[in-house]
Every structure is written in structure tokens, then in C-alpha cells.
Ligand binder design. Sequence first.
Ligand SMILES: C[S@@+](CC[C@H](N)C(=O)[O-])C[C@H]1O[C@@H](n2cnc3c(N)ncnc32)[C@H](O)[C@@H]1O
Length: 301
Amino acid sequence: LSEFVHKTVLLAEAVSLLNPVAGKIIVDGTLGGGGHSEALLLAGANVIGIDRDTNALAAAKNRLARFGSQFEAVEGRFSEVIARYSDVHGVLLDLGVSSPQLDVAERGFSFMSNGPLDMRMAQSGDTAETLVKNLTEEELANVIYEFGEERFSRQIARMLKERLPKTTFELAEAVKSAVPKKFWPKETHVATRTFQGLRIAVNRELGELADALTVIPQALKAGGRVGIISFHSLEDRMVKQTFKEWCGEGPDDLPRDFPVANVKPKFFKPVTKKPVTASDEELKMNPRSRSAKLRAVEKLP
Ligand SMILES: C[S@@+](CC[C@H](N)C(=O)[O-])C[C@H]1O[C@@H](n2cnc3c(N)ncnc32)[C@H](O)[C@@H]1O
């Protein structure tokens, strides 16, 4: 458990936006290593920490045990758990995977180490191996194109259906064979985007975010705030457009199938005009903070 270390992104920024004080109840929907939760608890707030990963939950429980009944851990998907509340003062989501998830080879998230092609945050549901096997070539290409923003998606999907990789290294090798070498990116591994696309699909990450955005308004008390840290443009776009909608600002250019039922105009106000990003100091210490964007809004009385 002591090896469960995740460098928390935008720690001071996220915590100050949520304004934690004694007596307030704040839901940390993505408990992970418990970094944000710990700071919220230290500031005096009561925290409900949610994670769908049994290992993360156990490690965070251990780390935060000293806070006693000030902290409660709940295992599950945040969209489903947040829906159970109706009077909390804050909700925080720090999306994506944690460093321990990426670093443990057996979890199958990374092309850096060899492991089973798993990629599940939770210990249930279909693995990436099963997904590759069950999707049609066209569906697989769409996943890699949409969620991975990979322009060689068709070639990669064809290769994956041919080889049906069982390990992370087999997946990485298949991508290498599918993309002509002269098109390999210089800064990143050629399989980065494919891994991202499959991971988002395996964990239904965009669906989770969309579902959470439909239940967060009713979970919050008036004056309550929600802060969301996203790591890629697909998530950030959803957060930005939904917050705009809640604040009654601007035209609605959401995707047509995006759920916005029961939302009345101007029942939130913006707390961040522009997304908050990592300071130079944080960027130096944690490369993962490079793409982090934090947006927050406050529910009106
Ligand atoms: C980036 S980490 C959070 C790190 C945490 N803020 C910290 O400071 O240590 C994201 C965590 O959220 C969890 N997670 C992601 N999506 C989830 C969802 N839909 N429901 C529950 N947990 C989720 C992952 O399992 C992972 O542990």
C-alpha cells in the first residue's frame, strides 16, 4: 500500500476553489491516492471519497484513517454515487487514471511495461483484450479515432483485429506495424493515442462524465461549488459547454446526443473565467500536469 503514490495535480488551486471549512461536506469523486481529499480534510471539511478501484480505495482509506469519521470512502462509479446525495457543499472530479494505475504492469494501462491487456479502473467489466475481440473493425477504428484522436485509426483497427493482442506489448507492436515509421510522432510513443482511446472506451470515461454532469446540480446545496480537472480536449469541451449552459451563457453547441434535460438557465455562476492550469513550478515537478485544466462553477440560491 505504501507504494500507492500519485502526484496530485492542481492541489492548492482545486482546494481553494472548493473553499473547504469545518462542517462542509465535499465529495471527492476521484479519490485515487487521496491527495486532494487529504488537503480538504486538513482544511476542516468532511469528505466523501469515491473510487471505482478497490486498490485505490484501500490505499486512500489507510492514508486518511487518522481523520476518523470526518472521512468516508465509497466504492463505485462517481456518476452513480453522486446521485445519492442532495445537500453537499462541493464536488471535485480529477479525471483519468492515477500514476499507480499506470505504473503497475498487471493493470495493463501502459506500453512502458508488459502486462495483460486489461485497462480496467474497476475490478469488473470487460477488459481491453475483450473489447478488441468483440468490437467490429469499424467500431474499433471509431473508438481509436474519437477517443484517441488517432488519424491512423483504420489501419490500426485492421491490425488489431488480425492479431488480437493479449498483452500491452503485443498491442504496442501491432500499432507499430500498422503505422508507417515516417509518421511516428517524435515526442510521444506511436501507441499513446491508441492506448488512450481503448482506455476511455473500456472505462466508459466520457459517459461517466456526462452522467455525472446530469446529477451534480441536484447533489449540490445553493452556494455549493463543483470543480472538474480534465486532461484532454474531449473532456474539457464537455465540462466547458455544460458549465456555460448551467450559467445561462452563450449558444448551445453540445453534441446532439448529450443529455441536458431539466437544466434551467442561470442556476449557476462561473467561479473560473478561464480554466486554471498548472504553474511553471508544478510543470517542472510533474509532467502529467501539462494538460490539466480546472474549471469551477457555483450553484446560485
Ligand atoms: C487522477 S486519479 C485521482 C487522483 C487524486 N485526486 C489524488 O490526488 O490522488 C483518478 C482516480 O479516479 C478514479 N476514477 C476515474 N473515473 C472514475 C469513475 N467514473 N468513478 C469512480 N472512480 C473513478 C480512478 O480509478 C483513479 O483512481
